[in-house]
Design a protein. Sequence first.
Lengths: 192, 192
Amino acid sequence: MTTPTTAPSARRRLLASASRLFHERGINATGIDLVVRDAGVAKASLYNNFAGKEALVVAYLEEELDGWVRNVRALDDPGAPRPQRVEALFEALAVSVETHTFYGCPFTNAVIELPESASVRAVAERYRTVVRAHIAGLARADAAATSVSRIALLYDAAITAAKVGRDAALVRIAGAMAKELVQAIESAEVNR
Amino acid sequence: MTTPTTAPSARRRLLASASRLFHERGINATGIDLVVRDAGVAKASLYNNFAGKEALVVAYLEEELDGWVRNVRALDDPGAPRPQRVEALFEALAVSVETHTFYGCPFTNAVIELPESASVRAVAERYRTVVRAHIAGLARADAAATSVSRIALLYDAAITAAKVGRDAALVRIAGAMAKELVQAIESAEVNR
DNA sequence: CTATAACTATACCGATCTGTCTGGTAAAGT
DNA sequence: ACTTTACCAGACAGATCGGTATAGTTATAG
């Protein structure tokens, strides 16, 4: 009876290794044996804790999703003006491009690497929902859905530019666009 | 001595099969044997025409690049107002999402699937340059580089939304944003 | 007529992949 | 004391991967 809450260190070590390896090297390029060796864990422990590689990938993505939420909340300053708060979201991305610690959106990458996996796609869609919710909170909660979509699109754009173009300047341009959008929302608010 | 210009049908059949299979199923999920069988070609013919799978991938991407250019030129109406011309670029993407004939940007996909390949990344960067050039032509040739970047970013965003979100509405929102940008460029032009 | 080049067909190679199985150890619960 | 549970170590299986080698066919050009 694998009680998830009492889950011992093997599972957590596996997830820690999987997170790093999948993220930095890609999913298909990272074999099970490598994950197991890196985690210092027996192969059987992997299959005792996860149904298979795909389940491990999904668990990794769920951790990434939690991590993203924690991260954006940590770097958010609720006291700052909203345009700056949105811009900060993009600035953090720009910095991680410059420090070469950005390997692309884990969810987009996973969907591309495992296009047939419905469960992977499901997590990716949950991520997109969470991003939208966060952005809606940063802009006005009651902002038009289209405005939220526009900012979310810019966030997508920034990530793609960061991954393929490796260009922090493009990320900052996207951030500036998002900032302007929020400013426009704010002015409209005032004039109401 | 393999004279590329006199290259017989085996090479073209291989490229045709590779294009379809890589695009629809992904690169890593498509084995050499499948490409060879689909093309109705001997395995040796593949290795007579290409140094290896990576070279085949690069050739496929180069064909996709040519195809993209031909395609956007074909659907462009030079007589139409510039904002509409830019919007048409996005509309074509939206339609291909709706008809389920869109499998994501071949270049982004390839970079994610083969992150270690310098030659793949090189083609992807050439693609990005070509896109920028086309957009610069659609907007004003002398438009500020930032404006071109902004529209190109929106095109990235539309493609990601199409791939992961599978959402034609998002693609059209990105198109509307791009259209508005070009309209702003046009007004600035007039007031000069 | 013959030599060369492009092609087909298929067997084969070593490496690597996911996943299973065996066997042994250590600690915790009853 | 005994059983269960979680773990480690590693051999093993079966499939598939990219790539090579062998052998025979077709067509063309000197």
